[in-house]
Design a protein around this ligand. Structure first.
Ligand SMILES: [Cu+2]
Ligand SMILES: [Zn+2]
Length: 200
């Protein structure tokens, strides 16, 4: 970049680069490998499509959307037994095992105890329970400030991209270690990057 251009760039920020000065920048191919490494973009939306583990029929969709200082979780899960079911983010985005155990334990990057979603100390993945009605459907939404999406930096929060959402056959008692004694894993889905929701 020529010296004149630097002065304009300093004065105007990136706008200068977007206009005339940009044409004097070296093309990316010419500038060496290091400059082809870009910071990961911020992610505003993610989704986990839940598939049943062996012997179960539980399925559903969980949407994650950045909202203020947190992430809004919106879910609909079907074919559950009526009542409460443990609902967590587990460490690995691997639903390959028939019983879902390949997803590992609860996502716990800060070495905290298992606890309720509103506890001061908890696994990042501790999202408590979802409650299915008499027809086996759980449908709810809430905002959580401990799970995050890429590009969000909150205290004691961590990105859940690439991890797995697990739904359990039983209720998370919110106290038993290490995972709330919530019973078998009945559905599993990997958290992936999603498009922004379509506007109505
Ligand atoms: Cu779990
Ligand atoms: Zn936990």
């Amino acid at each position: 970049m020529k010296a004149q251009c630097w002065k304009v760039a300093v004065a105007m920020g990136v706008l200068a680069l977007a206009s005339g000065c940009a044409q004097q920048m070296p093309a990316p191919e010419e500038s060496g490998a290091a400059e082809n490494v870009v910071a990961p973009p911020a992610i505003d939306n993610a989704v986990a499509v839940l598939h049943p583990t062996a012997g179960n029929e539980v399925s559903g969709t969980v949407h994650f959307a950045r909202e203020g200082d947190g992430v809004r979780v919106s879910l609909r899960i079907e074919h559950l037994s009526p009542g409460k079911h443990g609902f967590h983010v587990h460490e690995y985005g691997d639903c390959s095992a028939a019983d879902g155990t390949s997803a590992g334990g609860h996502f716990n990057p800060f070495d905290a105890p298992h606890a309720a979603r509103d506890a001061a100390e908890r696994h990042v993945g501790d999202l408590g329970n979802v409650t299915a009605d008499d027809s086996g459907v759980a449908e709810t939404e809430f905002v959580d400030t401990r799970i995050a999406l890429q590009g969000v930096a909150l205290e004691k929060a961590a990105s859940i991209l690439g991890r797995a959402v697990i739904v359990h056959g039983g209720e998370d008692d919110l106290t038993s270690q290490p995972s709330g004694d919530a019973g078998p894993r009945v559905a599993c889905g990997v958290v992936g990057i999603a498009a922004a929701p379509a506007m109505d």
